[in-house]
Design a protein around this ligand. Structure first.
Ligand SMILES: *Cc1c(COP(=O)(O)O)cnc(C)c1O
Length: 338
């Protein structure tokens, strides 16, 4: 079970997204272990390419990443300053007045950033809360002020312009670097770029960055093959029955490895080079069964994620998004890096 991760492609995607926002400092979102691909390898590769602003979700992720990056890399914690968190060497993005006062009391003089809510209603200070602490917060010198777009992957969605207007209204003239755009926001154009961009999924080769280079190839070993006769079934609940004599390969990975059970019977395949071998029957915990009748020779490994079936295609079969496919990839794979 090998998850091949192309660090050159990640760096190329970062460089390409950075080039779309030439006036902004390009950061990198490496939360959830760099979307499942390994933050300890991905973040240093991006640092070597010039990234200095990294984002993770929670303090423990930041602490795990800190030893892998030089001191001048800033590791921003999107959940901010949670009660009892150890934020040594990290930069909390403060999301509420409570977090702001906690942080200024516990870490006076230490770097911090501010998140404002501009309509997503998930994280960040509401306009009235911001008005109340704005003068004190600006006097304390935040590294940057950010907000997050709810609908940036839909360029025509009216929430984009509304959130942009709200962000401007709350931050114009504040004299602090500003950040609004993740991958989708970068693609919305220069109005959304401000001073610091925060690409995540686009680095890892998935939508909405349609021009991304592919980053991941997922190769699964064949354990055994067998012939099944017309009328014989394959797998749990006997959901698939052979219509003719078929050769079935059993492959060593399943939903415990993030190959979502919901792709069963949806038309997904494993690939032998360019040849599709349909997944038949249910995906089980550790195993997948595949119709390899069309192959002259069954190779030792078949690919689930590859150029012929990219991450977003697998996501379509599962009724989800590339983000969930990547972050579900489990810990049993050998992650190999190029
Ligand atoms: C996850 C996240 C990002 C990165 O988003 P992508 O869509 O993966 O580019 C940026 N900013 C915040 C606040 C996030 O939560």
């Amino acid at each position: 079970m090998t998850l091949h991760i192309d660090l050159h492609a990640i760096v190329a995607n970062w460089t390409a997204l950075a080039a779309k926002a030439p006036g902004a400092r390009p950061g990198a979102v490496v939360k959830a272990d760099a979307y499942g691909l390994g933050a300890a390898r991905v973040a240093p590769a991006l640092y070597a390419a010039g990234a200095r602003d990294f984002f993770v979700a929670i303090a423990s992720e930041g602490r795990a990443l800190r030893p892998h990056l030089p001191d001048d890399a800033r590791i921003n914690i999107l959940s901010g300053h949670m009660e009892g968190a150890d934020l040594t060497g990290l930069v909390p993005v403060l999301n509420s007045p409570e977090q702001f006062f906690r942080d200024r009391t516990m870490r006076p003089g230490k770097p911090f950033a501010i998140q404002l809510d501009t309509g997503m209603n998930r994280l960040g200070l509401e306009p009235a809360e911001w008005s109340a602490i704005r003068a004190e917060a600006l006097a304390a010198g935040p590294d940057f002020i950010m907000s997050h777009l709810a609908c940036a992957d839909e360029p025509g969605h009216p929430a984009n312009a509304a959130q942009l207007a709200a962000f401007r209204a709350m931050t114009d003239g504040c004299g602090v670097p500003r950040s609004l755009a993740a991958t989708g926001g970068i693609l919305l154009g220069p109005d959304y770029h401000f001073d610091l961009i925060r690409p995540g999924i686009g680095l890892y080769g998935a939508l909405p960055f349609a021009e991304a280079q592919p980053v991941v190839r997922l190769s699964l070993p064949v354990i055994q093959t067998r012939m099944v006769q017309p009328g014989e079934f394959v797998g749990y609940s006997a959901t698939w029955t052979a219509d003719a004599t078929r050769r079935i390969a059993t492959v060593a990975a399943g939903y415990a490895d993030g190959i979502l059970r919901s792709i069963s019977s949806k038309g997904a395949s494993l690939y032998a080079g360019g040849t599709a071998c349909p997944i038949v029957g249910r995906v089980s915990m550790d195993l997948i069964t595949v119709d390899v009748t069309g192959l002259d020779d069954v190779p030792g490994e078949l690919d689930l994620i590859c150029p012929a079936q990219p991450v977003d295609r697998v996501a379509d079969f599962a009724g989800t998004i590339g983000y969930e496919i990547l972050t579900s990839l489990g810990h049993r794979y050998d992650r190999t890096y190029r």
